[in-house]
Design a protein around this ligand. Structure first.
Ligand code: NAI
Ligand code: 13P
Length: 304
């Protein structure tokens, strides 16, 4: 059945999600803050509202939408991978808090938009406490080139996509310094352990991190020059400064904000996050990529 889909954020990811829904013959309206259409008109009578704005825009968009007429049957889908700097909330928590009576679905997976744009095959996950809503979103986006799985751990799915961005910065550094395949395998594996430690502390299920939205996205992002987060790390290892890198980066590298938020919250909660800490110090120009590596290698010996 044809559905009415409003997509908020016409950046790289919002545009690709619009193409996928259109290809399944849904009626799609794509909203950007630079465009002529109002937010209220874009979401009018929408069956689903997909947010693909970057983290810094989520609060603005939810507040603007609050005054619009949204039916309690409308499903919200969030595709943002980040953490709110003020509250450390995830995007889906912000959407749910703003629209407590609507179902909220998280969409996240190994989805480098440039590859999907080229019609290369990919898979993703739609997660919600409301399985009917997740299945509805699954059918809107599923096709022979985009395989969509449902999941009932929205927090775990969302945190997988968010936390791997920090590891992708570290992986970019690792490749930029040409540290080799063994080092990269060690980094990504220990990175996943760090993601699981944080995620389970915050209430996500451990097994979710071993699926597409965790390990899957970690592998995609840590191994691709198409990833903006990976690019940040790679270019830092090439002795560029963060402002120089960001001046030429296409789109958003969410891992930078996520690292800052994570370091604050983990400190308060006493969660050990050694890799994130080194990424933080590197981004803050407190040490060089080589020094960050040294710090990680020379930590106290411990069991795996
Ligand atoms: N590009 C990709 O491959 C993927 C990106 N994502 C996630 O999707 C989100 C968006 O990523 P991209 O589209 O790549 O970024 P982008 O930088 O290309 O687009 C961001 C969009 O957010 C909008 N935005 C920012 N602040 C706003 C505000 N205050 N009010 C209204 N709109 C605002 C921008 O206008 C733009 O349309 C990020 O959280 C990213 O991690 C998720 C999966 C894949
Ligand atoms: O989330 C992504 C792939 O799943 C996109 O990664 P970047 O934001 O690092 O480009």
């Amino acid at each position: 059945m044809t559905k009415s889909v409003a997509i908020l954020g016409a950046g790289a990811w919002g545009t690709v999600l619009a193409t996928l829904a259109k290809a399944n013959v849904h009626e799609v309206r794509l909203w950007s803050r630079q465009g002529g259409e109002t937010l209220a008109r874009t979401v009018q009578d929408a069956d689903i509202i997909v947010s693909a704005v970057s983290m810094k825009g989520v609060r603005d968009v939810t507040s603007s939408l609050q005054s619009s007429l949204v039916s309690p049957n409308t499903i919200f889908v969030t595709a943002t991978k980040g953490l709110d700097p003020k509250t450390t909330c995830t995007p889906s928590q912000i959407w749910q808090e703003t629209f407590p009576h609507n179902p909220v679905v998280v969409l996240s997976g190994p989805n480098l938009s440039k590859e999907i744009e080229q019609a290369l095959p990919a898979a993703t996950v739609v997660a919600s406490q409301n399985m009917e809503a997740a299945e509805s979103v699954q059918s809107i986006f599923s096709s022979n080139r985009f395989r969509v799985y449902t999941n009932s751990d929205p927090l775990g799915v969302e945190l997988g996509g968010t936390l791997k961005n920090v590891m992708a910065i570290a992986a970019g550094v690792c490749d930029g310094l040409q540290l080799g395949t063994n080092a990269k395998a060690a980094l990504v594996t220990r990175g996943l352990t760090e993601m699981v430690r944080i995620g389970t502390h915050w209430g996500a299920k451990m097994e979710t991190f071993y699926g597409l939205s965790g390990l899957g996205d970690l592998l995609a992002t840590c191994n691709s020059h198409l990833s903006r987060n990976y690019q940040v790390g790679y270019q830092l290892a090439g002795n560029k400064t963060l402002p120089e890198i960001l001046a030429h980066l296409e789109g958003t590298a969410e891992g930078i904000n996520t690292t800052n938020v994570l370091v604050e919250r983990a400190k308060q909660q006493n969660i050990p996050i050694p890799i994130t800490e080194q990424v933080y110090r590197l981004l803050a120009q407190e040490l060089t990529p080589r020094q960050a590596l040294e710090e990680l290698m020379l930590r106290n010996a411990k069991p795996e």
